[in-house]
Write a protein that binds this ligand. Sequence first.
Ligand SMILES: Nc1ncnc2[nH]cnc12
Ligand SMILES: [Zn+2]
Length: 330
Amino acid sequence: MTLHLKKAELHCHIEGAAPPSLALTQAEKYGIDTDGFIREGVYVWNDFTSFIACYDAVASVFRTAEDYALLAETYLMDLAAANTIYSELFISPDHGEAVGLPALDYIEGLAAGIRLAKEKTGIECRMIIVGERHLGPENVVSRAKFAAKLDHPLVTGFNMAGEERMGRVADYAPAFDIVREAGLGITIHAGELCGAFSVADALEIVRPTRIGHGVRAIEEPDLVKRLADLGTVLEVCPGSNIALKVFPDYDSHPLREFVNAGVRVTLNSDDPPFFHTSLAQEYETASRAMGFTDEEINAMTRTAIEAAFVDEETRKVLLAQLEPAPMARE
Ligand SMILES: Nc1ncnc2[nH]cnc12
Ligand SMILES: [Zn+2]
């Protein structure tokens, strides 16, 4: 059992965290037909392309700042109930804008939900702005410019997600130069749909402290060593990888190999209800299906806090929460 373990998450897409029950309520509120993307209470998709289409459809039922506040609060309350002390949420203002919600309202809505969850449970959360790769380099650069100018206390990083098979990392390099200059934390989806070359590109061109997934680096032993030497943190999402058929099963998942090679790894849920998982489930899977001990899993949680895009004072407070409680005196 891993319920008692403290948890932290660096890689979860906010619209991808919407429970189908909440998406259905939202759809009803706006009179949106969900037959094309929710069936029998389950999100409908069968490969990465249809997953992204389903994700976009789910996102479209959140239309106001209040809707996004409810979504963030709902997810964070759930995480907190599973003993989670820290969460980083990937947010994509492009999804808000697609339904006419201005980016600043989208962010303020999410921030309101984050503050409410913190008041109720103490859970700490930061937002990472995502540029969607399949919207093209021009769009990702303009999203990076937006992120660089924003100066919001809860927005601390930039990421590129979406269709990894579109273009090469170099096409998107200017976006990362902009956010690096602005002092934002940088992470990038790489080595999920594409092979080791994509992780190598990311390391060379983007120089991120973290990589979203990165798991297909396992195809290139020299690259695994490079990740270990650089101390780059992988945001590993085993349940997502199995659901999207990046690996056929947990026995073939390389998480153990990365740990053995000294690569810094963390556990994450990615888009939990889409992949029939949760952060709590990912911890449980690491323990039961992948054979990690509580100590090894706690080390992953500590790595997440060490790699979190937070100020040093917040990091110190979070790290202190991972220390075992002192023994009571006789
Ligand atoms: N697993 C994933 N990979 C790339 N982009 C995403 N957006 C939401 N989930 C994603
Ligand atoms: Zn992701």
